[in-house]
Design a protein around this ligand. Structure first.
Ligand code: FE
Ligand code: CA
Length: 512
């Protein structure tokens, strides 16, 4: 059974009429079925350019079902929905090496405006996507709105959050990782992976195809440009660099990581600079949105030190040990850390958003003996690396730093301090963690304990699934936590659970 494809319902009808592209070149390619089963997407918005994505996959769950030969795909981006005013167009070769995915870079665009785009292969025309370029500096634009999301285990719920998101007026979506899950877990599944844990490139491609066949996810991609970073489940649970408690041989694990990174690249609107070379790929990046926002995307999986205090076991929440506070431990790796510091020195936006994978604020847990336990997979397992990152923010006198994260399957709002052991130290940044789109949350008691034992955590809710919306203007950054009524209901309503603000020039979280 193929999942429903509501978003594509109209596309085959339009494909049957004469090609609106007006150009026929190369050998005609024909498809036995609609090749746009995974939708269209755009990403990496710059002032004058954007990446346009699709993948030809007439049989999505059978590695796409394309012949091994390359296919020429035309793309168009227009100033109007009817494509009367084409702003840019081109032809790219979709090859079997990249699963017949298309990453077209549309250039020569105008800043801060909406565009529409589509693809054609043979007589098959894609659905139309909408996107938006980044605003230019100095144009006095009054506001910028984006949503951030993470953690979308397919079996545990429906993507009603994306249906809700797609209907909003947003400039951007930021995805903070766990876009796919490699494994089945949790209870009360509403749909199935149907196969086991992916290890090979073909298996990872099929996992992305399954997730991306969802109509609501496709709608959110087709409505806004996206920026994305991965977390652990795009590869393996709680992995760190070349260490994985599920595949202990690093050489074997890096083969899995190479396949996983390539499949991620193939399925996201990423720039050519993110193309993997073996098990390595550069996804950390800096995006500017006029005078309003500098957005720094971090990669906290690929370069981090091995988890502390757990040997080769799972990096769970365990008692402290000396290894945890070793100076040399890194989360970003040396080059990304230097890059981050340099980018902070070259920002121009009123707001600086650090988009990263997990909760940055300290969230220790008291055990029965009164000792502190730390979650070794998160920033608490890398306290000196966290301190260096926050020191960079202080050194560069970043005007309005806001950290956003995912991974925890709970909403959090927190004040960030260079030294969490000193409760009266000045707050230097605000942090917001979105919950999960679908993935099961922590129990209520664990969230309550976190709030009670960590004075810098201001708010936590692990009961609700959903996402967060951020509205920036000259005076404030307003963050809304949007919660699903019922993740097991494909048509669930979404309601605002809580609203927080950061005021221009005043670091930290305020109630709004
Ligand atoms: Fe997750
Ligand atoms: Ca995660």
């Amino acid at each position: 059974m193929m999942p429903r494809r509501r978003f594509l319902a109209g596309s085959l009808a339009s494909a049957a009429v004469a090609s609106p592209f007006g150009i026929v070149r190369g050998a005609p390619v024909t498809f036995s079925a609609d090749p746009y089963t995974l939708g269209v997407a755009s990403g990496c918005p710059r002032e004058n350019s954007i990446i346009l994505w699709t993948r030809l996959a007439p049989r999505p769950l059978e590695e796409g079902g394309m012949p091994p030969s390359p296919v020429e795909v035309e793309w168009q981006i227009a100033e109007d929905e009817g494509f009367a005013h084409i702003a840019a167009k081109g032809v790219v070769r979709a090859t079997a090496e990249l699963a017949h995915s298309v990453h077209a870079q549309a250039t020569g665009l105008r800043p801060g405006r909406v565009y529409w785009y589509r693809f054609r292969a043979g007589s098959a025309v894609s659905p139309v996507g909408r996107t938006r370029t980044a605003p230019a500096a100095g144009n006095g634009n009054g506001r910028f709105r984006f949503a951030f999301a993470s953690c979308q285990q397919y079996e545990q719920g429906y993507y009603a959050a994306y249906r809700d998101m797609a209907a909003r007026d947003l400039d951007l979506v930021v995805h903070l990782g766990d876009y796919i899950y490699e494994k089945s877990w949790g209870t009360r599944h509403v749909r199935q992976h149907g196969v086991g844990i992916p290890m090979t490139l073909g298996e990872f491609r099929n996992r992305y195809a399954l997730y991306k066949s969802d109509a609501d996810l496709q709608a959110a991609h087709a409505a806004f440009p996206w920026l994305s970073i991965w977390d652990d489940h795009e590869v393996a649970d709680d992995y760190a660099n070349d260490r994985s408690y599920t595949t202990r041989d690093p050489e074997r694990f890096l083969k899995i990581r190479a396949a996983a990174y390539q499949a991620y690249y193939e399925h996201m609107p990423l720039p050519p600079s993110a193309h993997p070379i073996g098990p390595n790929a550069t996804i950390y990046a800096h995006y500017r949105f006029g005078d309003m926002l500098d957005l720094l995307l971090l990669d906290e999986r690929q370069y981090r030190s091995a988890p502390a205090c757990v040997q080769t076991g799972r990096p769970a929440t365990v008692p402290d040990c000396a290894e945890r506070t070793e100076k040399v431990r890194t989360m970003l790796g040396d080059s990304q850390e230097r890059w981050f510091d340099a980018r902070l020195g070259d920002r121009r936006g009123r707001w600086t958003v650090v988009a990263q994978q997990t909760l940055m604020a300290e969230a220790k847990r008291k055990d029965a003996e009164g000792g502190d336990r730390f979650r070794m997979d998160g920033w608490d397992g890398y306290p000196n690396a966290r301190r260096r990152l926050l020191d960079s923010i202080v050194t560069h006198k970043v005007r309005n730093p806001v950290v956003i994260g995912g991974d925890r399957h709970a909403f959090f709002a927190a004040d960030l301090k260079c030294d969490f052991s000193r409760p009266h130290e000045a707050t230097i940044a605000a942090e917001f963690v979105g919950t999960s789109i679908t993935s099961d949350g922590p129990g209520e008691s664990s969230v309550r304990n976190a709030l009670a034992g960590n004075s810098d955590l201001i708010y936590a809710n692990g009961e609700k699934r959903g996402y967060a919306v951020v509205a920036l203007d000259a005076r404030s950054c307003t963050v809304g936590f949007e919660a699903l009524e019922d993740v097991k209901d494909a048509h669930s309503a979404v309601r605002r659970l809580a609203t927080f603000a950061v005021e221009d020039g005043v670091p930290g979280v305020k109630a709004a």
